[in-house]
Write a protein that binds this ligand. Structure first.
Ligand SMILES: Cc1cc2nc3c(=O)[nH]c(=O)nc-3n(C[C@H](O)[C@H](O)[C@H](O)COP(=O)(O)OP(=O)(O)OC[C@H]3O[C@@H](n4cnc5c(N)ncnc54)[C@H](O)[C@@H]3O)c2cc1C
Length: 416
C-alpha cells in the first residue's frame, strides 16, 4: 500500500531513502533545514569502501585519541567535554572497541558495503540519474613505515578471508600504477574491490532525478518537532506548518539525536568533523589513495583532486581549524612529488560532520517505541558508501518486504 513518507534530512541517506521509496510507489517528501549544497554528503572523499571493514571503534583508537588530544594537527581528535551525551557515547565507544566485537562486525561491514556498491553500479548502468563518475580502479593504501605496513597487512588478510580482492604492491609495482611518489614511500596495498565517485556531482543529480520523479524536496525547512498519538507519529512540525505523515524516516545525520530526543529516544551519536581541500590544478594523483601514516584520503574526482581527512569529535560546530587543514595539505605534499596546495585552495577548505555511532555501525531500522518511525543514520566514515543499501533497506522496512540482509547489527535500540 502506498504511503506518504516524510524523510527528515536531504543528505545521501535521505536522498537514497527517497529514491528507493519512490521506486516502491510511495509518495515522498524530503525536508532539509539547509539549502542542500554542503555538509558531509558533499565534502567526503567519494570512496565506496568494501575495504574499510574495521569499524572506528577498534582496540587502541580511544588511547590514540587521548594521546593526540593536545596535538592541533593530529588526524584524530577528541575534545574532552563534561557533557552527559558525550560521556555516555565515549563509554559505549570504549565498550565497543574490543577484538571480539570488531571480529563480529567485520563480515557485517563487508556484506553491507558490497551490497551498496552493487546498487551504485545498478544506479550507474540504469542511467536513472544521467552519467556520473563511478570508477572501479580500487583504492591504494600507501605506506612509508613498516609499522603501517604491518597493521594494514593484518587488515588485508581479514579482507581476503571475507572474499575481498586485495594485494600488496612492491614499490616498483606501485610506481607503474601511481608514478610521482616520493622516494621514502615503501609500497602500498591495493584493494581492487573499492571504487570512487564525485559527491558534488552525484548529489545534485540524485536530487534532480528525484524531483523529476515527483518527490517533493523542501529546502530551508527544519523539522522542529512531532505530533504524536499513542505510539504513532502523526505529523512533523516545521516553522511553515505541519507535514502529515504515514511514515517518518529520520536521516538527519549528526543532528539526528536532537530530533530523536523530541520522541523520547536516547540515540547515542556524536558528530565527527572532517575537512576537504579541492585542488583544481594538475596533480600527480592517478588512483585514489589513503596516505596511511597521516590518514589522509586523496581522490582523483571529476575535474579536480580532493584531499580529505581528520576525525574531530568536538560537538556540532563548523569551525574550520587552520592547523588541521594545513596538516592535510602537508600530508599530500610529503607523499607525492610535485604536489602543491595553494593558499586559495586552503582558504576554500570546507568541513562536514560524520554521524558517528559508538560501535561504528549505522542505525537502520525501527525503534520499538514508534510504529511508524525508521532510522537511517550513524554511518560514521562509511556513509557515502552505504547510502544506496541504506535507502533500499529503509524502503523494504516501510514496504513490509523481506530485507536484503539481516538488520540485527544495526538495530536502533541495540545495547553497547
Ligand atoms: C571529510 C569526510 C570524508 C568522508 N569520506 C567518506 C568516504 O570516502 N566514503 C564514505 O563512505 N563515507 C565518507 N564520509 C562519511 C559520509 O560522508 C557520511 O557518513 C555521510 O555523508 C552521512 O550522510 P547523512 O545523510 O547521514 O548526513 P548528512 O550528509 O549530514 O545529511 C544530513 C542532513 O540532514 C539535515 N538536517 C539536520 N537536521 C535537520 C532538521 N531538524 N530538519 C531538516 N533537516 C535536517 C542537514 O541539513 C543535512 O543536510 C566522509 C565524511 C567526511 C566529513
Amino acid at each position: 500500500m502506498a504511503k506518504h513518507v516524510v524523510v527528515i534530512g536531504g543528505g545521501i541517506m535521505g536522498l537514497c531513502s527517497a529514491y528507493y521509496l519512490k521506486k516502491e510507489g510511495h509518495q515522498v517528501t524530503v525536508l532539509d533545514r539547509s539549502s542542500m549544497d554542503g555538509g558531509a554528503s558533499y565534502v567526503n572523499a567519494g570512496y565506496l569502501t568494501p575495504s574499510h571493514i574495521v569499524p572506528l571503534a577498534a582496540p587502541g583508537v580511544m588511547a590514540k585519541g587521548l594521546k593526540w588530544m593536545f596535538n592541533s594537527s593530529s588526524p584524530f581528535y577528541l575534545k574532552p567535554r563534561l557533557n552527559a551525551d558525550f560521556l555516555r557515547w565515549a563509554w559505549y565507544f570504549h565498550r565497543s572497541s574490543t577484538a571480539s566485537k570488531v571480529a563480529r562486525a567485520l563480515p557485517v561491514i563487508a556484506e553491507i558495503n558490497l551490497l551498496s556498491k552493487a546498487l551504485y553500479e545498478e544506479m550507474h548502468s540504469s542511467g536513472d540519474l544521467g552519467p556520473f563518475q563511478l570508477e572501479k580502479n580500487g583504492l591504494l593504501m600507501i605506506f612509508r613505515t613498516d609499522a603501517a605496513r604491518r597493521a594494514e597487512s593484518e587488515v588485508m588478510a581479514w579482507a581476503r578471508d571475507l572474499g575481498l580482492e586485495a594485494e600488496e604492491l612492491s614499490r616498483t609495482a606501485l610506481d607503474s600504477l601511481q608514478p610521482g611518489l616520493r622516494p621514502e614511500i615503501e609500497g602500498a596495498f591495493h584493494y581492487h574491490c573499492d571504487a570512487h565517485t564525485t559527491p558534488t556531482q552525484l548529489m545534485p543529480l540524485l536530487r534532480k532525478s528525484l524531483e523529476e520523479k515527483g518527490v517533493a524536496i523542501r529546502v530551508n525547512t527544519e523539522a522542529t518537532g512531532f505530533k504524536t498519538a499513542g505510539g504513532h507519529i502523526r505529523s512533523v512540525q516545521t516553522p511553515e506548518g505541519e507535514v502529515f505523515a504515514d511514515e517518518v524516516v529520520l536521516a538527519s545525520g549528526s543532528w539526528s539525536p536532537l530530533l530523536a530526543k523530541r520522541l523520547g529516544l536516547r540515540l547515542s551519536l556524536q558528530a565527527g568533523k572532517g575537512y576537504r581541500i579541492d585542488i583544481k590544478g594538475q596533480t600527480p594523483v592517478r588512483l585514489p589513495a589513503v596516505l596511511m601514516e597521516t590518514k589522509v584520503a586523496v581522490t582523483p574526482m571529476e575535474g579536480f583532486t580532493r584531499l580529505a581527512g581528520t576525525m574531530e569529535l568536538s560537538g556540532i560546530n563548523h569551525q574550520i581549524r587552520e592547523n588541521r587543514v594545513r596538516a592535510i595539505a602537508r600530508a599530500a605534499e610529503t607523499y607525492y612529488e610535485d604536489f602543491k596546495v595553494t593558499e586559495p585552495d586552503l582558504a576554500a577548505a570546507k568541513c562536514g560532520l560524520r554521524p558517528v555511532s559508538p560501535d561504528g555501525l549505522p542505525y537502520i531500522g525501527r525503534p520499538a517505541k514508534w510504529e511508524n518511525l525508521t532510522l537511517a543514520t550513524g554511518h560514521a566514515m562509511m556513509g557515502w558508501s552505504l547510502g544506496p543499501i541504506t535507502g533500499k533497506l529503509i524502503s523494504e522496512i516501510i514496504s513490509e518486504k523481506p530485507a536484503s540482509m539481516a538488520l540485527d547489527a544495526f538495530h536502533p535500540d541495540r545495547r553497547f
